[in-house]
Design a protein around this ligand. Sequence first.
Ligand code: GZL
Length: 331
Amino acid sequence: MRKRLLTGIALAGAMALAVTGCSTDSGGGDGDAGAGGGGGGDVITVGFAQTGSESGWRSANTESMKEAFSEENGFELVFNAADNDPAAQIQAVRSFINQGVDAIVIAPIVEDGWEDVLQEAKDAEIPVILEDRTVTASEDLYETWVGLDFTKEGEMAGQWAAETFTEPTKMVVLEGTTGSAPANDRAEGFDSAIEGTPIEKIDSQTGDFTRDGGKSVMEGFLSKYGADGIDLVYAHNDDMALGAIDAIEAAGAVPGEDIKIVSVDAVRDGMQALADGKINYIVECNPLLGEKAAELVKAVVAGETVEKRTIVEDQAFDQAAAEEALPDRKY
Ligand code: GZL
């Protein structure tokens, strides 16, 4: 902990000076009581409040963050996964503040409810960096955000659907976590892209970005409308799309043919299902944000001015593109 460790050492040094009238060389140092001998001030202690482990995307994102915020890269990482519980995540951030970390990184589960704890971090002079998802709180309560353009991801999925379905089409939607930026923005982007098309959204429900959630919601849709009553599934992430595939196959229908599926993320299991023809189109959402997030933390802690937003570009895949990309896929 740069700031607090140095303050601690300086204070101890000053007290030593006060007591003995001279600084004590910590051995190998230059007699400066504040040096701490091993350059302890070089390590940046970062509290990272992750959403949880709800999806394959999240696992890849967590791995990327842990790789980037490593000891050899000059960090001490304090990691918390909040099990998709917004209250627990805010509590984790509060504990980071109490620990006096040098910086806090958050992947906020939901957009709202962040004003108080972000103000507490600001009052404690601990910079906050957002990665992945965003918040509705004022931009002056965090230093910067690195993530993806969720609205554009929804638009790209919707454009594919608009080009593919020119006849009356009945669509159900598997929504992401209620109140999360990706769920809100992917819905908005997709809906704007299919405006004026013969695609009708007959139902929409959250599967909380999990495979089990996607499966149980799809089971409900199938029992309500029948396999013949649904032409298209729009899943806000691959894990829910994979759950929908399980439900569609259990109902005796053929995913990708009887009921087409468009999804977001492009994680390995989703890309395999796309290559196998069980999903029809996937828009990528790149989880490998760790390197950029670590770069931003170092810049912010060093007092440099950084851009308020850094957006990582996404691409999209049809079946042929998935077959080509799979062998080299990092996640
Ligand atoms: C998007 C990310 C979403 C993924 C889901 O950046 O927040 O959360 O699309 C994950 O797979 O659960």
